[in-house]
Write a protein that binds this ligand. Structure first.
Ligand code: FES
Ligand code: MG
Length: 587
């Protein structure tokens, strides 16, 4: 963060009190407004609390089942302090927490539910501006997607990463070290006591995963889009600076209301491009692809997988934070200068004229940013990896695309050919994987299908398929894997993900058989099965769709309307291009 209070720009009111959206609820001398005012008074507020003051919603994704947001009840108080200081009325409201740790079948099923809730909470209530409190993976895109559609001034308050993990003097990284030590346990190289030590040491404080997983990627994206106070996304959750940032959000949103600084002025095509470049430079989670596509579409920007691949080819990965980087975690990243310092390395590539929630340009917010450790935040001349972290593949196995994270896999898989070993479901794979007689070699390509947006359902993070025990015992820790699933942002390895269209709806992945040869060529961005067209046609004629997992409720609605991975997995009826805007309540 910059100097305390630096983010508060002078008030340049463009709105008067009579223009406030909330005034429609509380200003008229009629029966409805009498009802609204009397109900405010029921809560102990008097006219001095609200007359002429912006109503600021604080959308809080706190939950006792979301360890990453455990500090949010406390932080909401800091936001309220800031709102009051700046002359607003703070109104905290709950929103579904979409925790990554406990939600089954997968949190991804509920990102769109949070987006809908956010949009409708804002639209239906007397709010002039909102502070969005999120951080755990899906909460960032969910909140941002909904608020982009709702259109009132908004500011994003990222939960902040948790402290570094620690066990027996070893630094532990969220996710990454869980997978690593699990493989060691399966290989029999660590004891039960050591395994339990890792369990107790890998998550030591509230806050989001402290690798550059999906949470840190998405909060970095929100900041690069201009939706956060400068460097907010890098502050560790338990740092006192995080509380000061929270109160800063409260102060700033009040001014944003008066300035009428709406999200459409911030989330422009330039801002989305900036966010994608920053994502690539951080070694972003593959999940960023889906969420960026979905957020862009909410902003009316037609971002495509090919746009992201083009940016991936030209953006060096300069953030040495695991899993794409080798050595460091988010706490180190903050001490090294944080996202401001990283973005300052990229000013030649970013559109620094983009306006941020500060009311200043991105370039102005980056002035004076310094790197304090150039092994953590590398100069462009010494990147961790020469290209950005994502590559988009196409071919007869994935005509609508698939993604891989080349920086996070063994480089021998840049070009690879091998026989497929195909599993139709996660339980089928799980049952086979520990069979030491499983017919696999290091060249085998393991495939899991029916794990996409509809098939999973909800596109679970199964894409880092476990290495068969037979190979683990031979010392192998990576192999080529393919699925229509996602994978955790903390995962690594030669994993091709997001195959589209997914097999569940008859994508070509559904036609693949064990023994078919698969060819991957990352430099040429291709992924194919070497099966001729006539044979594929014969297989297609014999293919029948699997039964739907949900016959009622949200799951049924999800299945009717979710789009494929290359479209961002939003509901088709929520994108900016669908239908007339919902408009404002006028009764
Ligand atoms: Fe919440 Fe990783 S589980 S950020
Ligand atoms: Mg995750």
């Amino acid at each position: 963060m910059g100097k305390q209070g630096e983010q508060i720009v002078s008030k340049k009111p463009q709105k008067t009190a009579a223009d406030l959206r909330s005034a429609r609820w509380v200003a008229p001398d009629d029966l409805r407004s009498f009802g609204h005012r009397s109900r405010l008074m029921q809560m102990g507020y008097g006219p001095e609390d609200w007359v002429g003051k912006p109503f600021i919603g604080i959308l809080n994704t706190w939950s006792d089942l979301n360890p990453c947001h455990a500090h949010f009840r406390d932080r909401a108080e800091d936001v309220k302090r800031g709102v009051l200081q700046a002359g607003g009325i703070p109104l905290e409201m709950p929103a579904i927490s979409v925790d990554e740790s406990f939600t089954k079948p997968t949190s991804m099923m509920y990102r769109n539910l949070l987006a809908m809730e956010t949009e409708e909470q804002i639209r239906s209530h007397p709010l002039d501006g909102v502070v969005l409190m999120g951080g755990c993976d899906k909460t960032t895109p969910g909140l941002v997607m909904g608020a982009l559609t709702a259109g009132v001034p908004m500011i994003y308050l990222p939960a902040g990463p948790m402290l570094r993990g620690n066990y027996a003097g070893q630094v532990l990284g969220s996710g990454s070290d869980a997978w690593k030590y699990w493989d060691e346990r399966r290989a029999g190289t660590i004891t039960d006591a050591q395994w339990q030590g890792v369990e107790g040491g890998i998550a030591r404080s509230y806050g989001t995963c402290m690798t550059m997983g999906t949470a840190s990627t998405m909060t970095a994206i929100a900041e690069a889009m201009g939706l956060c106070l400068p460097n907010a996304s890098s502050i560790p959750a338990p740092d006192a600076g995080h509380k000061r940032m929270a109160s800063g959000c409260g102060r700033r949103i009040v001014d944003m209301v008066w300035e009428d600084l709406t999200p459409d002025q911030i989330v422009t095509p330039s801002a989305i491009r900036n966010a994608a470049i920053v994502a690539m430079a951080t070694g972003c989670s593959t999940n960023a692809v889906i969420h960026l596509l979905a957020m862009a579409r909410r902003a009316g920007v037609d971002l495509t997988l090919d746009d992201l691949d083009a940016l991936g080819r030209t953006t060096p990965l300069i953030c040495n934070v695991r899993p794409s980087g080798k050595d460091y975690l988010m706490e180190d990243f903050f001490y090294a200068g944080g996202l401001r310092a990283l973005m300052a390395q990229l000013t030649d590539r970013l559109d620094t004229s983009a306006i941020t929630v500060t009311g200043k340009t991105l370039g102005e917010t980056l002035e004076g940013a310094e790197v304090y450790n150039d092994d953590v935040i590398r100069p462009l001349s010494n990147p961790v990896y020469h290209e950005g972290s994502l590559a988009v593949l196409r071919g007869n196995l994935c005509p609508d695309g698939a993604v891989i994270k080349p920086a996070a896999c063994d480089q021998k898989f840049q070009q690879h050919q091998g026989p497929a070993l195909v599993f139709d479901s996660y339980p089928e794979m799980k049952a086979a994987i520990d069979d030491e007689d499983l017919d696999v070699t290091p060249d085998t390509v393991m495939v899991l299908r029916n794990a996409g947006p509809l098939g999973g359902p909800g596109m679970p993070e199964w894409g880092m398929l476990p290495i068969p025990k037979a190979l683990i015992k031979q010392g192998h820790r990576d192999m080529l894997r393919i699925s229509d699933a996602r994978m955790s942002g903390t995962s690594y390895g030669a994993c091709v993900l997001h195959v589209a269209p997914e097999s569940f709806i008859g994508g070509p992945l559904a036609l693949l058989r064990t023994g078919d040869v698969i060819r991957l060529d990352i430099p040429n961005r291709s992924l194919d099965m070497l099966v001729d067209d006539a044979e594929l046609e014969a297989r297609r004629a014999a293919w029948a769709p699997p039964p739907q997992p949900f016959e009622r409720g949200y799951g049924w609605m999800f299945a009717q309307h979710v789009t494929q991975a290359d479209q961002g997995c939003d509901f088709d009826f929520l994108t900016a291009a669908f239908g007339r805007p919902a408009g404002e309540p006028d009764i």
